[in-house]
Ligand binder design. Structure first.
Ligand SMILES: NC(=O)c1ccc[n+]([C@@H]2O[C@H](COP(=O)([O-])OP(=O)(O)OC[C@H]3O[C@@H](n4cnc5c(N)ncnc54)[C@H](O)[C@@H]3O)[C@@H](O)[C@H]2O)c1
Length: 280
């Protein structure tokens, strides 16, 4: 049976078909073509079934966010399906899942590959969203380093002296990579994505209950509990709450580009005011 006879549909692309990405895409998938990209074939199969049985028009593509050629091929595949209206990047690894090098390669350089590749195919009026983290607010990078990051091509980011010397463990690598995501959104908004009349923003979730977060909880003892207790919300967030903000930035906020939205229940406010001490 043919559920939908419409042609020339706008395309919604998700890189990293994980928990938060699924929640976001479901909100904007109706009447559009969905392209899911992930490194895990098994994950893609499960997620695409979820979309199919929900009545969505879905396609999948194996893509390795660490590999520039793979990401470029993914962007071309998206463009071959129609006007690429929304791009969401959630491919990432958390500190307890990976080495500092892997985190820099995936969360920082891999995100850069995606921003660069989709900056060549986005439709006029389209929008992108990078899923960063509250960790991007935990380490203040010196101004001159931020300026250097903003003017450094993706392939050379890991050669920046500050990054080489500071990303000595997975936690620090994650904080740097996630701050770089904010700057990547800013740069794209002002340059390549601007030229295509497309917007680009990032969001920085706090502690959101997903399988990735469970890995973090298991590794950090009661550190997360203390962080939750010190926050204004006094609870974890859900992927649905992230999707609310994501839909606002992707679809509704037509005058917002090059910015980051922190959605952390007040964790960073607690850290900045001394109500919670990192590692405490
Ligand atoms: N869950 C949280 O509490 C939290 C908080 C802040 C930020 N984040 C960030 O949000 C993003 C999504 O997190 P999530 O909790 O939905 O995680 P998730 O693990 O559910 O999703 C991540 C997805 O990325 C895919 N992936 C991993 N490596 C890849 C690669 N090389 N190429 C392509 N795909 C790859 C995984 O297969 C997975 O489907 C991550 O970047 C994470 O750092 C998560």
């Amino acid at each position: 049976m043919i559920f939908d006879r419409n042609e020339n549909k706008e395309v919604v692309v998700l890189l990293g078909a994980g928990s938060m990405g699924i929640a976001i895409v479901k909100r904007i998938a109706t009447g559009r073509k969905v392209l899911l990209g992930d490194i895990s074939e098994k994950n893609l199969k499960n997620v695409s079934e979820l979309f199919q049985y929900g009545g969505y028009d879905v396609d999948t593509c194996i893509v390795n966010a660490l590999d520039k050629a793979s990401v470029e091929a993914f962007a071309q595949r998206a463009a071959s399906l129609g006007d690429v209206m929304y791009f969401i990047d959630t491919a990432g690894a958390s500190p307890n899942q990976a080495s500092p090098e892997h985190i820099l390669n995936l969360d920082m350089v891999g995100t850069g590959y995606a921003v660069d590749a989709f900056g060549k195919v986005m439709a006029n009026g389209g929008a992108g969203l990078l899923v960063s983290s509250q960790a991007g607010y935990m380490l203040r990078l010196p101004d001159d380093v931020e300026i250097e990051i903003l003017s450094t091509p993706t392939e050379k980011l890991k050669e920046i002296e500050y990054i080489k010397h500071t990303a000595t463990n997975s936690g620090l690598a994650y904080m740097i990579a996630k701050r770089v995501n904010h700057l990547q959104a800013q740069r794209a908004a002002a340059t390549t994505w601007k030229m295509r009349r497309a917007r680009m923003n990032s969001i920085s979730p706090g502690i959101i209950v997903t399988p990735l977060a469970y890995d973090e909880f298991a590794a950090l003892g009661d550190g997360y509990q203390k962080m939750i207790d010190a926050s204004a919300a006094m609870r974890c967030g859900t992927s649905e709450e992230i999707a609310d903000a994501a839909v606002f930035l992707l679809r509704d906020a037509t005058f917002i580009t090059g910015t980051d939205l922190l959605i952390d229940g007040g964790v960073i406010a607690a850290i900045r005011t001394g109500m919670y001490r990192l590692g405490g």
